[in-house]
Structure formats: C-alpha cells, structure tokens
Ligand binder design. Structure first.
Ligand SMILES: [Mg+2]
Length: 99
C-alpha cells in the first residue's frame, strides 16, 4: 500500500522531471484555488444547482488534482506530510470538543 510519504516523493520526482519543481508558491496556491473551484462545481452539479450531470469519477479526478498540489506545495517547504498528518490527528483527538 502506498503511503503519503511515497506519494509526496512521486510528486517531487514528477515535478523535477518536467521542471515544475521551480513553480512559484503563489502560483501553486492559485492553482489549488482553481482545483477547489472544480470540486465545488461537481458538488453544485450533485445538488442540482448546476445543470450538468454529476459524475463521481470527475469529482475523484479533481480531488486528486488538489491533493497533488497540496503535496507539491508541501515539497516547496520540505514539509513531511505523513508526519504532519499524524501530528494533526493527535491534536484533533485532544480537542475539548471531542470529549
Ligand atoms: Mg482539475
């Protein structure tokens, strides 16, 4: 099974292959906004606000696009996302609203 560290390394290798590891942080964030908009559009279709037909496969693609960019941005700052993932869940468990 692939873990988050492996996925993050795959993103790094892929970006280096095409020279996209040099993309500016601000461009990555703007691209993330674009992908979030694409996710939003799929949800609006699901709920009938947009007339196009909702397709689960399209939502999956957009979620992956956003994950790819999240890992790409993390790579720019040398952030270990798997480590941060588990640290975040520890914080979530300790929140007073969970008790
Ligand atoms: Mg997309």
């Amino acid at each position: 099974m692939t873990n988050l560290t492996q996925l993050q390394k795959e993103v790094m290798d892929y970006d280096k292959k095409y020279g996209w590891n040099k993309d500016k942080e601000s461009h990555i964030v703007l691209h993330m906004s674009e992908e979030l908009g694409e996710i939003s559009r799929r949800i609006l279709r699901l709920e009938g606000y947009k007339t196009e037909k909702f397709k689960r496969a399209e939502l999956a693609e957009e979620l992956v696009d956003l994950l790819y960019l999240t890992l790409k941005l993390a790579n720019k700052f040398d952030i270990d996302m798997e480590k941060e993932w588990y640290a975040a869940f520890e914080r979530y468990e300790k929140k007073s609203s969970r008790k």
